[in-house]
Design a protein. Structure first.
Length: 186
């Protein structure tokens, strides 16, 4: 079975929410199976031994909680209570530590190779961005079919697209074709 490629960004929590894209169009699920979640965790530096369907369900619940909270934050609305509770529970239930690499970078070391430990790291990252601990702003993709939450760390904090290579290009092409059609009809 072939799966869609992962959309990996520089922010763990919002990259995790991007495992479901085109939320307002035809949704694309990038972690449809437990094995696929394990693959995503591995490429994100959170390697686990295995993943069950129940753990996949926990992960998707966390993903949706982060997305709901990030969307509310981007819109300047109160964070949904259920989303806050889910993020806090997942953060508290895992065992992981930030470790410093010889190159001076932060890496996460899981207490065990369990999915719950990896989810706690993702939840902790979400808490960092939702609480304002990191320099940047939460925003929503300007694509009407996407509306993904992303963390804008650009200097001007005016980024419009979750990814320029996908949503940005698609919207620019659509505007270009619309202008060409207007020119033909005149």
């Amino acid at each position: 079975m072939e799966f869609p490629e992962f959309r990996l960004g520089s922010v763990l929590a919002t990259s995790f929410t991007a495992t479901l894209t085109e939320r307002c169009g035809e949704p694309v699920e990038r972690i449809p199976t437990p094995g696929r979640l394990a693959d995503w965790l591995a490429v994100s530096g959170l390697t686990v031994d295995s993943c069950s369907q129940a753990q996949l369900d926990l992960a998707k619940d966390l993903r949706e909680a982060i997305h709901a909270a990030a969307t509310a934050a981007a819109l300047g609305q109160p964070l949904p209570e259920r989303a806050v509770r889910t993020v806090n529970e997942r953060s508290a239930r895992g065992h992981a530590a930030a470790v410093l690499t010889p190159e001076g970078a932060r890496r996460w070391q899981l207490g065990s190779a369990a999915v719950e430990d990896a989810l706690s790291v993702i939840a902790a990252d979400a808490i960092d961005i939702l609480s304002g601990e990191r320099d940047g702003r939460l925003a929503l993709c300007a694509s009407p079919t996407c509306r993904a939450a992303f963390f804008d760390t650009s200097q001007s904090r005016t980024r419009k697209w979750c990814e320029m290579n996908t949503c940005g290009n698609r919207q620019k092409k659509a505007r270009y074709h619309a202008r060409r059609l207007q020119g033909v009809g005149e």
